[in-house]
Design a protein around this ligand. Structure first.
Ligand code: FES
Length: 133
């Protein structure tokens, strides 16, 4: 896998402890999370794969067996922030993105290849899974 393109998305003080922020990049939305107690940062697709809603940045963060997680604010499906794995078996996993915070406090997200970005952009415009039409 090639090195991601690192983009500056915000300053660490722009994200409240244990909160999230939403970043737009090349037509996709990325949710960035700051886990204060662990001094860790995570980034995942903002689109919850349950109903295809762009809401994860507003989700509640926490831990499950030591694994940092986010709960979707819509129906509380939970996902690992580290791996993107869904904790409910019938929900697709999330894309994850590496995060770096540099000495001056700027937060960078590593965005993957153009193909991955295009795939997420396409998925965001398709009918959601698990939702009655
Ligand atoms: S839209 Fe996220 S859990 Fe339903």
């Amino acid at each position: 896998m090639s090195e991601p393109l690192w983009i500056a998305v915000c300053h660490r003080d722009d994200v409240i402890p244990d909160g999230g922020a939403c970043v737009f990049y090349e037509g996709i939305q990325i949710a960035v999370f700051r886990i204060a107690a662990r001094d860790e940062w995570y980034a995942v697709q903002n689109r919850c794969p349950h109903w295809n809603e762009q809401v994860l940045w507003r989700g509640m963060t926490g831990e499950r067996d030591g694994e940092p997680k986010v709960a979707c604010p819509m129906h509380k499906r939970t996902f690992s922030l580290r791996t993107g794995a869904a904790f409910a078996g019938d929900t697709p996993d999330l894309l994850t993105f590496p995060v770096r915070v540099v000495a001056d406090g700027r937060v960078f997200v590593g965005v993957p290849s153009a193909e991955v970005v295009a795939r997420e952009r396409t998925a965001a415009t398709h009918a959601p899974c698990g939702r009655a039409e």
